[in-house]
Design a protein around this ligand. Structure first.
Ligand SMILES: NC(=O)c1ccc[n+]([C@@H]2O[C@H](COP(=O)([O-])OP(=O)(O)OC[C@H]3O[C@@H](n4cnc5c(N)ncnc54)[C@H](OP(=O)(O)O)[C@@H]3O)[C@@H](O)[C@H]2O)c1
Length: 243
């Protein structure tokens, strides 16, 4: 099985590569930090059929698409590259906002614009979108990130409806807090935080079970879903309290 993982140089992406490594797997690891990808390749290549490194900034869409064309068809793409602006009450700049959307939303379409025709040709393919529980509830300090992940959910849903009958499986994963470079920047207590290994094990398990929508940890998901059922004035009070 050939698997392309974006954002493979750290955190969930690197751990996904580790957990997918097997003598039947051909891994393609994509991110900007080439040295990190090469270290990971050196770590995993004896356990895998092959490991390929693709160093590219996903916001350079023409170069990204050229690299994806060179990789050719894969069995599964895990669209995991993502950034956050941290948690801040400053007004984000338009440049920060645009870069975040380029990485978290648009780069995924840049990749799929190339891969979808190949999936349709082979009548199979799995697309895994790594979204976030933050997509379900927009905190004032992380509104840009939340909105990008909510946009991603909507895009993923449409891709699923459109291509399901063509053999393309689309899964959306919504993790809560998992230890990584992204969450290491947070200076507050993160509820229900999971270790990288635990979090990725759950993601891999959901992919194997082909769960089209998988939000975890369950308790955190239920709390967020319940908040969304409250009237707006009560939600506002709770947000004021948390923030
Ligand atoms: N950790 C959590 O609690 C959590 C929760 C919910 C969702 N998520 C999502 O999970 C995904 C992985 O995040 P993580 O927690 O593992 O964070 P991370 O350790 O910071 O990893 C982010 C990855 O994205 C890559 N990336 C960022 N900007 C890029 C760019 N312009 N071009 C190419 N690659 C880029 C980074 O590689 P380079 O810097 O080398 O390019 C890195 O490999 C993200 O989509 C994140 O939103 C994480």
């Amino acid at each position: 099985m050939k698997i392309l993982i974006t954002g493979a140089s750290s955190g969930l992406g690197a751990e996904l590569a580790r957990q997918y490594a097997s003598d039947e797997t051909e891994l393609v690891l994509l991110a900007r930090r080439e040295n990190r990808l090469i270290d990971l390749k050196n770590e995993l290549q004896t356990r895998c059929k092959s490991v390929e490194v693709v160093a590219v900034d996903v916001t350079d869409f023409p170069l990204l698409q050229e690299k994806i064309r060179n990789i050719g068809v894969v069995d599964m793409v895990i669209l995991n590259a993502g950034v956050s602006l941290g948690h801040s009450n400053n007004i984000p700049t338009i440049a920060e906002f645009k870069n975040l959307y380029d990485v978290n939303v648009l780069s995924n379409h840049a990749i799929l614009e190339v891969l979808l025709p190949l999936f349709l040709e082979q009548k199979s393919g799995k697309i895994v979108f790594v979204s976030s529980l933050a997509s379900l509830f927009s905190m004032p300090s992380s509104k840009v990130y939340s909105s990008s992940k909510r946009a991603l959910n909507a895009y993923a849903e449409g891709v699923r409806y459109k291509y399901k009958k063509h053999g393309v499986k689309v899964l959306t994963i919504l993790p809560g807090f998992i230890k990584s470079e992204l969450t290491d920047k947070n200076d507050f207590e993160m509820p229900f935080i999971l270790s990288t290994q635990e979090g990725v094990k759950k993601i891999k398990n959901a992919i194997e079970k082909e769960k089209e929508f998988y939000a975890f940890p369950l308790r955190f998901y239920l709390i967020i879903s319940s908040l969304n059922l409250l009237p707006a004035f009560l939600r506002q009070r709770i947000v004021n309290f948390i923030n």
